[in-house]
Design a protein around this ligand. Sequence first.
Ligand code: SAH
Length: 497
Amino acid sequence: MERRGKVILVGAGPGDPGLLTLRGREALSQAEVVVYDRLVGPAILAMMPEKAEKIDVGKEASHHKVPQWQINQILLDKALEGKVVVRLKGGDPFVFGRGGEELELLVEHGIEFEEVPGITSAIAASAYAGIPVTHRDFCSSLHIITGHARAGAELSIDFEALVRTKGTLVFLMGVTAMPKIVEGLLQAGMDPDMPAAMVESGTTPAQRRCDATLSTLPERAAAMGIHSPAIIIVGKVCALAKDFCWFDKRPLHGEKILVTRPKERAGTLSDKLRALGADVVEYPCIETVPIVPCPEMERALGQIQAYQWLVFTSPAGVEAFWECLRGMGKDARHLGAVRLAAIGSGTARALAGHGLTADLIPSVYDAAHLGAELAEQADGRVLILRAEIGSPALTEALEKGNMSYDDIPVYRTVYENPRSEELRRMLEDGEVTYVTFTSASTVKGFVSSVGEEADFSKITGLCIGEQTAAEARKHGIAVRIAQKATIDALVDLALAL
Ligand code: SAH
């Protein structure tokens, strides 16, 4: 049977990736084609499945990049090809998002569709600026109005009717027409001292709020150079912003932090830093690739009884080991009495993910302590499954304790250079002040991506562990070292800046 495609209209919210709904994220993860707009933030674009076809139909203010009829046609064509198409739009698709227009052609052709609402900028940008769009003491209605006039035409807004409502007025697409909107409201009899505000790039790290009254808004906004995308809010509730603003008060607000974790594991650290207000740029400059097949590991696991300890120094090592074990048709029972050591809590968690408990986690999460504390406890042979180029500190400590060991590389680290040009510019402009490094290989990946000769004098590396810091210093990067080798300690370090 011919497969019929489907279109899912998804509202991406106004910018903060945390404002994408769970249903929206689920739909996005299933997409074979994503058709997206200019107003969808980079962190949400990064969630698009790697294999999905990505079509940018981003609109520029007056010269539409892809005309609406053509967008409608793309959605139809891709659905007819049998694809699951996600149409990703800023804010809510049905709030001045032309969602309705895009559905018409699909309905005509009997294409299956869904609409996943998003959080509209009208409400979210206000909320992030400390303006509740309604408050019982001040208003009893909320009105969302477009400030965009059709080409060559005057604004068609009934200002008198709006003024009569005494409700909160939120204008979208109104930056250019703002002076005219103000004039219209004043002429319709609104109090010139009515509180008013504009919120630019709401819910993103670049958010700015302009506080004014109706009569001072044009001058204030011009002085601040407020530009699109921005909303205009008019109403008594705007006066609450001075008490309710919270977004710019978060501890890391205004800091741009580059997170260089491996692609697979950027999530938690980025989320935590973002929640504290940082402008996080994810830069996954390394990737770990298991060595497959890995005859050395298979041989060692085949005679696992010969070892007293099995040692892991990263979650990637745990995963490579587990895959190998499965490939041999074995499971956890095969390990028998062998004891397990993990370099830190992240690696221990990776073991726990397979129902395995680490018997030893060193008091300080680094290779030297792991080796020394193993040497104290162990008297049999040790099997180390780790990266191709592992830290010598581990084996040195074992040798010092007269331990015998096998050190088997089970994955390799591949450096990626996805956006080196952009990164180099950000470093040169002093735009990025902090870069997180969770291992020496993230430092190497970062440096190889930007280029050895780049100027690292303007950045400070926030490092997990002495070895990571040593690698950073080698390249002239100033460093701060987390108290403990955990993500939380790294976050604490950022907070202490
Ligand atoms: N469907 C969208 C609106 C699209 S019209 C929604 O529900 O939000 C585009 C207008 O939305 C812009 O001109 C601006 O007024 C507003 N807008 C979108 N994102 C915004 C943001 N992050 N901050 C402020 N205004 C935004």
